[in-house]
Design a binder for this molecule. Structure first.
Ligand code: HC1
Ligand code: SF4
Length: 580
């Protein structure tokens, strides 16, 4: 325990606490730019690069950065003296002098932490000009735009990519005015190991890394009289989009979202949750087939890995090319939806696939890249035409003069809008495998699950291992979220799976899709992601049907079109192969 005063107020905190955290316990909000604590990781360089958080410490001549200075017994700290405030103002002015003044047209405007500091310190005019502000070319992919001219060298993205995700695509490069976080040799992201997870964008304080916007492409499609434009919305969008309209994190906005999508002009409003149920039918069938081979002595038939997360697919394709037979061959729900929409549904409404435009709304930036993969198109026509992140959809709704928070509830169109609780829990870490277990249990045993709540698979621990009792058969299941956590499990499989794990769910983003990089910004507050997780399980609890194999529209799809799960047609439309 250490006793100190901050702005004259006494506080006692554990030894090893920073001044910044000690101040927080008193509700004193010291501004920072580079600092972010998230997912048990300190997201900044240990050198406290931005120095916006400087404070006065009695007995010290120089101001001290609060984010790295530890408290000591009897310390007297002042966070808001004139000297501190004018110094912070100068520091922010220097940062801005070196920053493009393109706030009006920046994707991050309104959410930018540098802009917020400029407002806080009343900086209305910066006359100093630092480096030439166009030293770096923009790097654009289908998912992300990186404009390193806007980099403030906070190094959050680098920490995210190297420590949390353990991908290693970004590092500090150059010196002086040229110093920025960049790919190795400044190579375009497409030529690097980048998985397009977008988590670097989720923590970037400025507009240096943002999503590639597709909103105007969607508007163009909606305005084309020759096109029928349909939309699917991912499980975790409904528990996050409200935040963009002032609703509290964890608000369930499913009905308002459907109404907003109708008002925006989509001809049919459908639910990716339907396709999540379909995924369980295919992946669950595959799991059981592989389990039976395993029980018959073919040990390498398991474990099976889930395959619905596109950044995860990119990760194992590039980093574990020797393990490509381990993941399920099932496509993601987004792509299963696309394949069914452009065949079964197009036929049903008598529209040629070229005239049917499918827009996805996803919490994810890697989904944009996934939709562009060549294997997910027929004669150049993609199964999924356009992908919007949750943030982009919020902007599109606002652009159309609609306030989602004020809208009444409405329901999805059918048949591709019907879903179960198993479909919605896909949005949280642990949910995909829980959904699979609910179905696999009943198909394997022919009995009803005593309870559909497999709570041992839930939670927020980076890696969770649980043994599920399938009527006497113990199934060992692992769940990992965040690619760094997945790496350990993959290394274990490569080493012969010594713990005998049967099935593994991996989601690239911490929290799963609820923490996706296309969601409204969490600004480092993990409670936002936890509130969304709570909301996901609340939706599931309130659903009349909670097992994928009970979804009437999915059953009808098999009866009328696909035949059985894993049939030849199901394989052709709903499964894929991975490429090293
Ligand atoms: Fe996800 Fe999925 S759950 S990947 O996390 O399997 O993005 O929400 O749509 O495809 O269903 C994302 C979410 C989403 C897919 C489903
Ligand atoms: Fe790293 Fe993901 Fe950003 Fe790519 S998108 S640079 S993998 S954090």
């Amino acid at each position: 325990e250490v006793n100190l005063t901050i702005n004259g107020r006494a506080v006692t905190v554990p030894k090893g606490t920073t001044i910044l955290d000690a101040a927080k316990t008193l509700g004193i909000d010291i501004p920072t730019l580079c600092h972010m604590d998230l997912h048990n990781t300190r997201m900044h360089s240990s050198k406290a690069t931005c120095r916006v958080c400087v404070v006065e410490v009695e007995g010290k001549k120089n101001l001290q950065p609060a984010c790295v200075t530890l408290v000591s017994e009897g310390m007297k700290v002042v966070t808001n003296s004139d000297r501190v405030l004018t110094t912070r103002k100068t520091i922010v002015e220097l940062l801005i002098s070196d920053h493009p003044r393109t706030c009006l047209s920046c994707a991050k405007s309104g959410d930018c932490e540098l802009q917020a500091l400029a407002i806080r310190f009343g900086i209305d005019n910066v006359n100093i000009t630092g480096k030439s502000q166009s030293l770096f070319d923009k790097d654009e992919t289908r998912s992300l735009v990186r404009d390193m001219n806007k980099c403030v060298r906070c190094r959050r993205c680098e920490t995210m990519c190297n420590e949390v995700q353990q991908v290693g695509a970004l590092s500090m490069s150059g010196r002086g005015f040229n110093a920025v976080v960049n790919t190795a040799f400044g190579a375009p992201s497409m030529e690097t190991v980048c998985t397009h997870c977008g988590q670097c964008a989720a923590v970037c304080p400025t507009g240096a890394i943002t999503e590639k916007d597709a909103t105007w492409d969607v508007i163009a499609a909606l305005n084309d009289p020759d096109k029928t434009v349909i939309v699917q919305t991912a499980p975790s969008v409904r528990v996050a989009i409200g935040e963009a309209f002032g609703m509290a994190p964890g608000s369930v906005a499913t009905g308002k979202l459907v109404t907003a999508l109708r008002e925006v002009g989509f001809d049919y409003v459908f639910d990716t949750d339907f396709a999540a149920d379909l995924t369980i039918m295919e992946e669950g069938t595959e799991l059981l087939a592989r389990l039976n081979r395993y029980l018959a002595g073919e040990k390498e038939a398991l474990p099976i890995l889930t395959s619905c997360c596109p950044a995860w697919v990119n990760f194992f394709e590039s980093q574990y090319p020797d393990l490509l037979q381990v993941p399920s061959s099932a496509k993601s729900p987004q792509q299963m939806f696309g394949a069914i929409a452009k065949t079964y549904f197009a036929e049903k409404i008598g529209v040629r696939r070229e005239d049917l435009v499918l827009v996805s709304v996803m919490p994810c930036l890697a989904k944009k890249m996934e939709a562009g993969r060549a294997e997910f198109s027929v004669d150049g026509n993609p199964d999924v035409d356009l992908v919007l992140s949750t943030r982009e959809l919020a902007r599109l709704i606002q652009r159309k003069d609609i306030n989602l928070a004020d809208l009444p509830d409405d329901g999805f169109d059918n048949p591709l809008g019907e879903s179960t609780g198993a479909g919605v829990i896909f949005g949280s870490t642990g949910g995909v495998i829980e959904a699979a277990v609910r179905t696999a249990y009943e198909l394997h045993t022919g009995k009803t699950c005593p309870s559909v709540d497999f709570t041992a698979l839930r939670g927020f621990e980076g890696v969770r291992i649980a043994e599920i009792d399938v009527d006497g058969l113990p199934l060992k299941i692992a769940v990992a979220h965040g690619l760094g956590n997945a790496r350990g499990l993959l290394d274990e499989i490569r080493a012969g799976n010594p713990r005998g794990i049967h099935a593994i769910e991996v989601m690239a983003c911490p929290g799963g899709c609820i923490g996706g990089a296309g969601q409204p910004y969490h600004h480092g507050d993990q409670n936002v992601i936890l509130a969304r997780q709570k909301a996901i399980y609340e939706i599931d609890r309130n659903m009349p049907l909670r097992k994928s194999h009970e979804n009437p529209s999915v059953l009808a799809l098999y009866r009328d079109f696909l035949g059985e799960p894993a049939s030849e047609l199901a394989h052709a439309l709903l499964h894929t192969a991975y490429q090293a």
